[in-house]
Design a protein around this ligand. Structure first.
Ligand code: SAH
Length: 454
């Protein structure tokens, strides 16, 4: 073991940071967060240091390093851009038996700062002993993605219950059993994740007496429009905890690869006979799985609440008092816009954006007059089949025939294709793309030539 891992309490303890530039700023931020009585010494300080000093978060010492600065310090960080100075600081610290962290020279440091995953009070620190900092950072990112944000709250709640648990349960085995149930309770985790700490405390109370009800739950997760990188961290955590995943054709293979290996996968997209599973059947399926005590994730393309029928699925669950939650996703409009260089709003072009369904149930369902107005962007979902109708109605209600339009097929995926032209060409353009495609209409489309980068 080259370095002994140790978490130390720095609150109110005098620490010295030598340096006043970018690197020193990063270290200062951490030391301030740890509540150190921080002194920063340098000949030049970046504006951030002056701001911290003005806020009373640290004390500045102007000038070139002197060994006297180390007086009464518990920890020293040498973070100047001059190796010779850093080494001088390290040598002075060594002579006084003060731990010293040195940027970019771990071999000369008596202390190193690890990469941190901060779910205070829970902390995970990763270190490669200075040998492979990029590897440590990549590992940190992986762990970061695995650990839900609410873990810190869970640990804090546990802290408040410790005395009570000791009083209530005499034996160690009983306490361990309590804590295992506490830390593995999905309902508790979900409640904390939803920010409802009062309810979480109630659920924790139940653990002292009875078993928590073993009811399953359903989470609607927005998978984004295609690129797996657009899945949210929370969405990833949900699909890695699920027992059952119910998904349809808009969910990309890359996202399905992130699902927990042993989870059951149920496809409810188009069947061999080209018919979708009826919505009522999907609602029923989610309900039944949850009632069997499963953690169900209903994975949907884009965002579950934007043309995703998420509301209908939740109604059924609510009627049967099955717990549920929703994790939003990047909707096709923002994904396709970003990946094709079309800002949906722009000070000179559009002050609003409308997300419209092209899947029209009755002929005059849309307020075409309003849709045809200037200074806005229209985004039609499911609009391919109705492209000719959309074109004709918008022109009929006064939109100019040369209004720019773009159709984005398989947006954000590696197969993304964009065709563009004017409103009077819309129905022809619609023949050139396949589903899933999005139709974007508005003068923002003209910005694409300047803003696309691939
Ligand atoms: N809930 C989804 C929309 C589902 S409706 C969301 O928020 O994105 C299905 C329609 O979304 C498709 O007909 C298509 O118009 C659009 N769509 C979904 N994914 C798309 C993609 N990757 N590229 C282009 N359009 C997409």
């Amino acid at each position: 073991m080259d370095y002994f891992p140790l978490f130390c309490r720095l609150q109110g303890k005098r620490c010295l940071l030598v340096g006043g530039g970018d690197v020193a700023e990063r270290k200062a931020r951490l030391l301030i967060a740890a509540g150190a009585d921080l002194y920063a010494g340098a000949q030049h300080f970046s504006p951030a240091f002056h701001q911290w000093a003005a806020n009373g978060e640290l004390t500045l010492i102007d000038g070139a390093f002197e060994a006297g600065w180390l007086e009464a310090c518990w920890l020293v960080v040498a973070a100047t851009n001059d190796d010779a100075v850093n080494q001088q600081v390290a040598a002075a610290a060594e002579a006084r038996r003060i731990f010293c962290n040195l940027v970019d020279a771990p071999e000369q440091a008596s202390a190193i700062m690890p990469s941190l995953i901060d779910r205070s009070p829970l902390m995970v620190a990763v270190s490669s002993g200075g040998r492979a900092p990029v590897l440590a950072r990549l590992l940190r990112e992986k762990i970061e993605a695995m650990l839900p944000q609410h873990l810190g709250q869970l640990a804090s709640l546990a802290g408040t219950l410790r005395t009570r648990v000791k009083q209530r349960f005499a034996s160690l085995a009983q306490r361990r059993y309590f804590w295992e149930r506490f830390f593995t309770s999905d309902r508790l985790a979900q409640t904390l994740a939803n920010g409802d700490s009062a309810k979480a405390a109630q659920l924790a109370d139940l653990l002292f007496s009875a078993e928590l009800p073993t009811q399953g739950e359903v989470t609607l997760v927005g998978a984004g429009p295609g690129d797996a990188g657009l899945l949210t961290l929370k969405g990833l955590q949900q699909i890695q905890q699920a027992d059952v995943i119910v998904y349809d054709r808009l969910v990309s293979e890359a996202i399905l690869n992130l699902v927990r290996r042993d989870a059951e996968r149920i496809f409810v997209g188009k069947r061999a006979g080209h018919h979708c599973v009826p919505q009522a059947e999907i609602n029923q399926l989610l309900l039944e799985q949850a009632q069997r005590g499963k953690r169900v994730v209903r994975l949907k393309g884009g965002d579950p609440f934007i043309f995703g029928r998420g509301g209908e699925e939740l109604e059924t669950l609510a009627q049967h008092q099955v717990p549920f939650s929703v994790v939003p996703g990047v909707t096709a409009a923002s994904g396709c816009a970003a990946y094709s260089g079309i800002p949906l709003t722009h000070r000179d072009h559009a002050q609003s954006v409308r997300l419209v369904t092209g899947h029209l149930q009755q002929d005059n369902a849309l307020e075409w007059q309003k849709l045809a107005a200037e200074q806005q962007t229209l985004v039609f979902y499911m609009g391919l089949a109705q492209a000719a109708h959309i074109q004709q109605q918008l022109i009929h209600h006064g939109m100019r025939t040369d209004m720019p339009v773009a159709l984005v097929e398989n947006g954000t995926s590696t197969q993304q294709r964009v065709v563009s032209g004017t409103l009077e060409q819309l129905s022809e353009l619609a023949q050139q793309v396949e589903s899933p495609s999005l139709i974007i209409i508005g003068s923002v489309v003209s910005l694409r030539d300047r803003l696309r980068w691939f």
